[in-house]
Design a protein around this ligand. Structure first.
Ligand code: NAP
Ligand code: ZN
Ligand code: ZN
Length: 351
């Protein structure tokens, strides 16, 4: 076991603070990764504050990890020391269920091992995430970072990127399709870039009027201020697809009303429940579905797509000492569009 500096939450009401974790000695199939950058996802905040009700403390969050391979186990085939790699939302799964065989490990019948706030396959060793300087992961759950993607701008792709890429692809995003992206935060801004790169007509649906110019800069074709009921009415029945990335409770019926006949609302944001009126679906035979991150194979496909289409996150890089401030700002919606922690700041203060 190696002792590794990290930042952890000791409980839902305490700020994140310096902490030491242990990482296992690498087994034959393990890759040891020196973490360079880690994105801050709104799911980190939900889990640190125990908003989903199953948090394991102490918790070292972070599942948008990029870094460099520092060592490899004797049987590792796909990676070498010095490679740029990424780790996303899970670090293992059962490997033999139908979902794992299909490359959809996120739906593993025995439950994936989340990168943090989860357990290793032994079911009792808590996992700890990327707000730390080093992680040890089985090579089958490590992604290759394509050349040309700046590392700090690639980190958010490991969650925000795949969570939006997967449903956009699955639901046929492309030329001639009108796609609405609801909520312009970390996930939302990636969704805008990805849907544009796929060739769709993209509209940002935001409750913040001030995000209009930013949406255009990201490449959106149109902007709708969802807090304005009259404006919203004008766009009724307009979209083929809406990807809902909103992190706070909001009205799903209003979002459904914006869909055309047979249109689809995809939920990826995980706020508290809110009511659904059957008529919102029945009247135009609309579809309502959800999506959960993506499997390893599709995550690699997404990274390669981003490199080929020059897509990366817009980030504000921070030292880890500012992580609590970043959480407060994210809660207020004051982020353009993803905070990314530079782990050199932790290495420096731990020497
Ligand atoms: P984020 O950066 O904080 O963005 C969330 C956006 O939601 C905000 O930018 C804001 O957009 C909108 N919003 C916030 N408060 C609102 C309110 N009171 N009313 C209406 N809209 C509000 O968060 P994120 O990292 O993108 O994550 C978004 C959600 O996705 C979180 O719930 C997260 O847990 C979830 N998530 C799910 C998956 C999955 O696999 N399904 C994966 C990762 C994350 P506007 O100002 O533009 O309205
Ligand atoms: Zn995430
Ligand atoms: Zn499985």
């Amino acid at each position: 076991m190696a002792k590794i500096p990290a930042y952890a939450a000791q409980g839902p009401l305490t700020p994140l603070a310096p902490f030491t974790i242990e990482r296992r000695e690498p087994g034959p199939h393990d890759v040891v990764i020196d973490i360079a950058f880690c994105g801050i996802c709104h799911s980190d905040l939900h889990q640190v504050r125990d908003e989903w009700g199953r948090s394991i403390f102490p918790m070292v969050p972070g599942h948008e990890i990029v870094g460099t391979v520092q060592a490899t186990g004797s049987a590792v085939q796909r990676f070498r020391v010095g490679d740029d790699v990424g780790v996303g939302c899970f670090v293992d799964s059962c490997r033999h269920c139908e979902a794992c065989h299909a490359g959809e490990e996120q739906f593993c019948a025995e439950g994936m091992s989340l990168t943090y706030n989860g357990y290793e396959r032994d079911g009792k060793t808590p996992t700890q995430g990327g707000y730390s300087t080093r992680i040890v992961v089985d090579e089958n759950y490590v992604l290759r970072l394509p050349a040309g993607l700046p590392r700090e701008r690639a980190a958010p792709l490991l969650c925000a990127g795949i969570t939006t890429y997967s449903p956009l692809r699955r639901h046929g995003t492309g030329p001639g399709r009108r796609v609405g992206i609801m909520g312009l935060g970390g996930l939302g801004h990636m969704a805008v870039k990805l849907a544009k790169a796929m060739g769709a007509h993209v509209t940002v649906l935001s409750h913040s009027a001030g995000k209009h110019a930013g949406a255009r800069q990201l490449g959106a074709d149109d902007f709708v201020h969802t807090a304005d009921a009259d404006t919203l009415k004008k766009h009724s029945g307009r979209f083929d697809l809406i990807l809902d990335t909103v992190s706070a409770a909001h009205d799903y019926n209003g979002a459904l009303d914006l869909l055309r006949r047979d249109g689809t609302l995809i939920l990826v944001g995980v706020p508290p429940p809110s009511p659904l009126a059957p008529g919102s679906l029945i009247m135009k035979r609309r579809h309502l579905t959800g999506s959960l991150i993506g499997g390893i194979r599709e995550t690699q496909e997404m990274l390669d797509f981003c490199a080929a289409h020059d897509v990366a996150a817009e980030v504000e890089v921070i030292p880890i000492q500012k992580v609590n401030e970043a959480y407060d700002r994210m809660e207020r919606g004051d982020v353009h569009y993803r905070f990314v922690i530079d782990l050199e700041s932790l290495r420096r203060t731990s020497r």
